[in-house]
Design a protein around this ligand. Structure first.
Ligand code: ADP
Ligand code: 5GP
Length: 191
C-alpha cells in the first residue's frame, strides 16, 4: 500500500484544485507540496505525448485516444477536457480513496475541468497560479524546452483565456520566487 495512504486517520480528506496557465508552475509547485506526507496528487490520463522528463503513472497515465474514449464510456473520469488538442481526464476512484484516507489531495487541472468539479463537489479549496507578468510566462514556457514553438504559441494564447477564470478561485498566488509561492500555498492549506 502507498505509504501516504497507510496513514489512514478517521479524518475526512480534502480536495485542492490548482489551475493556472501552462508554464505558470503548477507541476513544479505540486512536486514541492507532495513532499509533505499528508499530501498526495491525482494522476490524470492524457492523450498527449510524454515529455522527456515525464514518467508513466507518475506524471500522467499516457493513453491513445481510442483508449481514453473507452475510459470515458466506462465512467472512469469525474471530468475531462480537451486542452490544445489533447484530452485530459481526472480518474474518480483515487479521489474517493483519498477522501476516505484523510489525505490532502491535489488536482492540477485546467479551468474548465476545475469548474466542473466545483459544481459537483462543494468542499474544495481552489488556487489559481499566475506568473508576475506575460513575459515571465513566455520565458518559462520556453525554458521548459519540452514543447515546439507552435505548441508554445498555442499555450500562450490559451493562457490569455484561462486568466479570465481566475475570479472563480478561492485564492490567486503569484509564482515569482518558487519558495515563496510554495510557502504561501502551505499557509493557505494549513500544512
Ligand atoms: P505548469 O505545470 O504550470 O505548466 P511547470 O511547473 O512545468 O508549469 O513550470 C514551467 C517552467 O517554469 C519549468 O521549466 C519550471 O522549472 C519553471 N519554473 C516554475 N516555477 C518557477 C519559478 N518560481 N521561478 C523560475 N522558474 C520556474
Ligand atoms: P500539460 O500538457 O502542460 O501537462 O497540461 C495542460 C493543461 O491540462 C494544464 O492546464 C493542466 O493542468 C491540465 N490538465 C492536466 N490534467 C488534467 C485533467 O485531468 N483534466 C483537466 N481538465 N485538465 C488537466
Amino acid at each position: 500500500m502507498n505509504e501516504k495512504k497507510s496513514q489512514n486517520t478517521n479524518k475526512k480528506g480534502r480536495l485542492i484544485i490548482i489551475s493556472g496557465p501552462s508554464g505558470s508552475g503548477k507541476t513544479t509547485i505540486c512536486k514541492q507540496l507532495v513532499k509533505n506526507p499528508k499530501v498526495n496528487r491525482s494522476v490524470s490520463f492524457t492523450t498527449r505525448e510524454p515529455r522527456d522528463s515525464e514518467k508513466e503513472g507518475v506524471d500522467y497515465c499516457f493513453v491513445k485516444k481510442s483508449e481514453f474514449e473507452k475510459l470515458v464510456e466506462k465512467g472512469k473520469f469525474i471530468e475531462y477536457a480537451d486542452y490544445c488538442g489533447s484530452l485530459y481526464g481526472t480518474p474518480i476512484e483515487p479521489i474517493k480513496e483519498a477522501i476516505h484516507n484523510g489525505e490532502t489531495f491535489i488536482l492540477a487541472i485546467d479551468v474548465r475541468g476545475a469548474l466542473k468539479i466545483m459544481e459537483k463537489i462543494h468542499e474544495v479549496t481552489s488556487i489559481f497560479i499566475m506568473t508576475p507578468d506575460d513575459n515571465t510566462l513566455k520565458q518559462r514556457l520556453r525554458k521548459r524546452l519540452t514543447d515546439s514553438e507552435v505548441e508554445i504559441r498555442k499555450r500562450f494564447k490559451q493562457a490569455k483565456e484561462e486568466m479570465k477564470y481566475s475570479k472563480y478561485y478561492d485564492y490567486c498566488v503569484i509564482n515569482d520566487k518558487l519558495d515563496d509561492a510554495v510557502k504561501e500555498i502551505e499557509k493557505i492549506l494549513n500544512l
